[in-house]
Design a protein around this ligand. Structure first.
Ligand code: PLP
Length: 381
């Protein structure tokens, strides 16, 4: 028997009191209590995103929020730049193209980031672009993008700035208003410490101006309709209100800890995890690693899928592998939301055991000790 430990970069574990909240009887969604909950969660999400603008809860996964943002921002026949550093950046491209938008990719090599200077020259080359979209933390490779610098560049143009914050909101520094973000999309199953099922889009005034220039090709994801309702603490359709009730619990915890302390906590976990895996002899995959997960290369001659299988089967540790062309080539350890330092330590200890069993030379305990040292010595600046 062992304890199951979920260290995937989504879904992530859900705290016990939230699970109990989810076990409570279902109430009706058109009540004064439901409206009060909506008002509170919108206010809490504004705090997490660093915005005073409209925040719209949607009943769908994170991709639904991305799609909602995209189709409000640019009409069919329009043009957009997608900054692509992995699978989720590619998803922006796919969505644009599905809706007849000319999407130009600004591409980074696997494990690398799109830099602000790459964006600057793309904006120069495509002055008619109507939107720029980027994934803050590219969960498929573990890199993070410099949103602050990018936001400044986009703000000087007429284009709107769209950010996928699915695995960064509640993990890394994120300041929607200060960084000139016009559409921010995220989902429930990462650092918001909930099961999948809710997604959120926040929209700036510049974003609404872009949305008002056309009628988006959608019925369900019409954000203007949703905005008019949410301003009255209501939704156009039946919301996943049991999840919204649970979200209120998460947001209470986030407020109590303080968002800046949460960013520091994640930075500390990330530093400890990186020190642990590197001491074992694993190489970091991300050139600019994000704070919510650590991606490492699978050592030559080892089967990445087998490492994952053994971690789960023998030790109950569930990590993620690579996706698409990175399958079998990288391992991803999440440290976001309700994943704490001792979960990270357990995953490093289990990795040491599995790698040793598979013939990779590891000094047992060396990664654990390095992670502990990095954790103990962490200083936030
Ligand atoms: N964007 C990022 C950065 C993600 O990590 C994910 C999910 O893993 C998504 C988008 C897609 O979200 P969903 O699977 O909830 O649709």
């Amino acid at each position: 028997m062992f304890k199951y430990r979920l260290l995937t970069p989504g879904p992530t574990p859900v705290p016990e009191d939230t699970l109990l909240e989810l076990a409570r009887p279902v109430s009706h969604h058109r009540t004064a209590e439901a409206r009060q909950i909506l008002a509170e969660v919108v206010e809490g999400l504004r705090y997490v995103f660093g915005t005073r603008h409209d925040v719209i809860p949607l009943t769908c996964s994170g991709t639904g929020a991305m799609e909602a943002a995209l189709i409000q921002a640019v009409p069919r026949g329009g043009k957009a730049l997608a900054l692509v550093a992995g699978k989720f950046g590619e998803r922006w491209l796919q969505i644009w193209r599905t809706f007849g938008v000319e999407a130009v990719a600004v591409q980074a090599a696997p494990g690398q980031v799109v830099t602000p200077s790459m964006l600057e020259s793309a904006l120069r080359q495509h002055p008619d672009t109507q939107a720029v979209c980027v994934v803050h933390c590219e969960t498929s490779t573990g890199v993070k993008h410099d949103l602050r610098a990018m936001g400044e560049l986009v703000a000087r143009t007429d284009a709107v700035f769209l950010v996928d914050a699915v695995s960064s909101a509640g993990v890394m520094e994120l300041r929607m208003d200060d960084w000139h973000i016009d559409f921010l999309a995220t989902g429930s199953q990462k650092a918001l410490m909930l099961p999948p099922g809710l997604a959120f889009v926040a929209v700036s005034e510049k974003g609404w101006r872009a949305a008002h220039r056309h009628q988006p090709p959608t019925f369900y994801l019409d954000l203007k309709k949703a905005r008019d309702k949410i301003r009255e603490h209501d939704t156009p359709f039946t919301p996943a209100h049991t999840l919204l009730r649970a979200l209120r619990k998460s947001l209470e915890k986030i407020r109590a800890e303080g968002i800046e302390n949460i960013w520091i906590r994640h930075a500390r976990l990330a530093q400890a995890c990186r020190a642990g895996v590197q001491t074992i002899g694993l190489e970091l995959f991300a050139s600019v690693p994000a704070e919510g997960l650590t991606a490492v290369r699978v050592p030559a001659n080892l089967d990445g899928q087998e490492i994952l299988r053994r971690l789960e089967r023998d030790y109950g540790v569930k990590l993620a592998g690579g996706q698409d062309q990175l399958k079998g080539k990288i391992l991803r350890i999440a440290h976001m939301g309700y994943i704490d330092f001792f979960d990270v330590l357990a995953s490093i200890a289990a990795l040491e055991l599995v790698l040793q069993q598979m013939g990779f030379a590891v000094a047992l305990g060396s990664g654990v000790a390095a992670a502990q040292r990095a954790f103990a010595e962490f200083r936030s600046d």
